[in-house]
Design a protein around this ligand. Structure first.
Ligand code: FAD
Length: 391
């Protein structure tokens, strides 16, 4: 490890790996720091991604994929199932231990220096400009200088706050999630399942994402507003007891997902934020892998150009924020508006929506039509629905 790099990336998740790779390919010297001892572990994810979104940022390798998904089944509070089916391979179930590891391996292959067990405890900002990081590694504290820090340090991100950005989130926009990987269950492995209802997951949903026909990630996210009355863990246990009473639990994970609009400011002098750290998770689905990689790709490229031109000012780095906004930012805002409206629907509204959609011919049961039907009471949002799905 040198004492100075052009760019330091904090966090070895998908956002960090992709930012590091693209900065290095743009000609910057890059150091990626990960606090955990191994990339990809522990997994805090349900591991599902849209195939098109992933293919837009990387060529998916068979070893990363544990199952291919054909469609989704949306289950209304009274148990009606609406099947939204596409061609084969609409989505993938990743194996994130393998996937995250592979992404960082690709970044290392592109010239990135990687250090694990490297906990970043602060940014260095003499004169108010970020110019490096302080890190703890194997009992030693040291400082490494750089031109640009990319904070890809996930949902519990502190890099942005240390740099002076406003990173707080409203309680109702932070989904409390808990998930168990269940074996000894039976389900159709071609479909992901979403269960809705105030008694099941208020302000959120239960997901059942099959890794094969006997194994699935089963979890839920509920809005922070509700988790103080009954814990996410209790909601999930009630669901599992009812739906999969004979399941064995192979893995349990808890975590937060920021289902909020992207932070107002994601750059400062010498600093960029990427992925969960920047609140770039799709606020509707809670999926953040593809968007973190897309943001990382843009941020890494913009950082390398700024470094080459010896201008890493906030003004210069705003190019990243502008490109992010153009690619995804507007859709995020719309997803957030739609999420807020959908989560206000009563169980009765959701049941009626299921009824109305089931009366459509199967080929018209698209996600766009489901949301349009659900939001008939919010006509102003219909255009947002159309735009996000056309987008
Ligand atoms: C229960 C749950 C289920 C989910 N399911 C899905 C899903 O099915 N599909 C989907 O697309 N998304 C899902 N997500 C969201 C998804 O996991 C994240 O959006 C995605 O991992 C974001 O990538 P990232 O690189 O921004 O952050 P992360 O993957 O969180 O990576 C951040 C990295 O930074 C490291 N780090 C943090 N602080 C420091 C520090 N100070 N120093 C050094 N390293 C540090 C962390 O150890 C971590 O490795 C889920 C999230 C949860 C909690």
């Amino acid at each position: 490890m040198r004492s100075f790099y052009d760019c330091i990336v904090v966090g070895g998740g998908p956002g960090g790996a992709w930012a590091a790779k693209h900065a290095s390919e743009g000609g910057a010297s890059v150091l990626l720091l990960e606090k955990d001892r191994e990339i990809g572990i522990p997994v805090r994810c349900a591991e599902a991604v849209g195939a098109a979104g992933l293919q837009a940022v990387v060529d998916p390798q068979p070893a990363w994929i544990s199952n291919k998904i054909k469609g989704a089944v949306l289950v209304s509070p009274d148990g009606r199932e609406v099947v939204v089916s596409g061609e084969r391979d609409q989505g993938y179930m990743l194996d994130r231990k393998i996937f995250d590891y592979a992404l960082v391996e690709i970044a290392a292959g592109a010239g990135v220096d990687v250090l694990t067990k490297a906990y970043v405890s602060d940014v260095i900002k003499p004169n108010g400009r970020v110019q490096g990081v302080r890190l703890q590694h194997m009992g030693q504290t040291s400082e490494v200088g750089c031109s640009v820090v990319i904070g890809a340090d996930g949902v519990e991100s502190r890099v942005g706050r240390w740099a002076g950005l406003r990173t707080s989130i409203k309680m109702k926009d932070m989904e409390s999630c808990v998930q168990k990987t269940l074996s000894n269950i039976e389900l159709d492995p071609d479909y992901v399942y979403f269960y809705f209802g105030k008694d099941i997951a208020p302000g959120g949903y239960v997901w059942v994402f099959p890794k094969n026909d006997r194994l699935a990630n089963v979890g839920l996210g509920i809005s922070g507003e509700f988790s103080r009355y009954k814990s996410a863990q209790k909601y999930l246990q009630d669901f599992i007891d009812k739906r999969f009473p004979h399941a064995s639990v192979l893995y349990t994970v808890v975590g937060g997902v920021p289902c909020a609009p992207t932070l107002k400011k994601i750059v400062a002098d010498g600093l960029m934020l990427v992925g969960d750290a920047a609140h770039q998770v799709n606020p509707m689905s809670g999926g953040g892998i593809n968007t973190a990689m897309l943001a990382g790709q843009i941020a890494g490229r913009v950082a390398a150009t700024a470094i080459a031109q010896q201008d890493v000012s906030e003004k210069k780095l705003r190019q990243y924020a502008a490109e992010w906004h153009k690619a995804q930012g507007k859709a995020h805002e719309r997803f957030h508006k739609i999420k807020k409206a959908v989560y206000k629907l009563s169980d009765g509204d959701l049941n009626k929506t299921a009824d109305a959609v089931l009366s459509l011919p199967p080929e018209e049961r698209s996600l766009a039509n489901i949301f349009k039907t659900a939001l008939v009471k919010h006509p102003s949002l219909i255009f947002d629905v159309i735009r996000v799905f056309v987008h």
